[in-house]
Design a protein. Structure first.
Length: 138
């Protein structure tokens, strides 16, 4: 999931553990096409990701270099992801806590119910709130 200006990108769900293959598929088939369809690529969008091992996969870094050129932040990127820096990401300092507080008001009993609640709560977040979160992080 991501925030691009005043738009939420996602959510996207992955079954099992995330690895380089699954992350590459997610980028190629969901994230990058979504950004293109929203008119956010090839403009001056910066892509940011943390240093999780799947994000550091050689093929992933190659795709990010080809797609975002010098406009991506992450381990092995043009700008390295600073360690222990949740203040840089509106996902970390805003979105995850907000979604958790909304989704778990009543504990979901199935994976499908959990996913549906996440989708519903994401759809309810106002664009001005997302924009403010991005401004506060920038």
């Amino acid at each position: 999931m991501g925030i691009g200006g005043n738009r939420l990108i996602g959510p996207f769900f992955i079954d099992g553990n995330l690895n380089g293959d699954k992350y590459l598929d997610l980028l190629n088939n969901y994230i990058i096409p979504t950004l293109q369809n929203n008119g956010q690529l090839p403009h001056n969008l910066w892509f940011q990701q943390d240093g999780a091992p799947p994000h550091y996969d050689r093929r992933v870094r190659g795709l990010l270099d080809a797609t975002f050129h010098n406009r991506w932040i992450g381990r092995g990127g043009f700008i390295e992801w600073p360690a222990r820096s949740p203040d840089l990401s509106p996902l970390d300092f805003f979105l995850w806590g907000y979604l958790k507080s909304r989704v778990y008001v009543c504990r979901p009993t199935t994976l499908q119910e959990l996913r549906q609640r996440i989708i519903t709560e994401c759809e309810l977040i106002r664009r001005d709130i997302l924009e403010k979160a991005c401004i506060l992080s920038g």
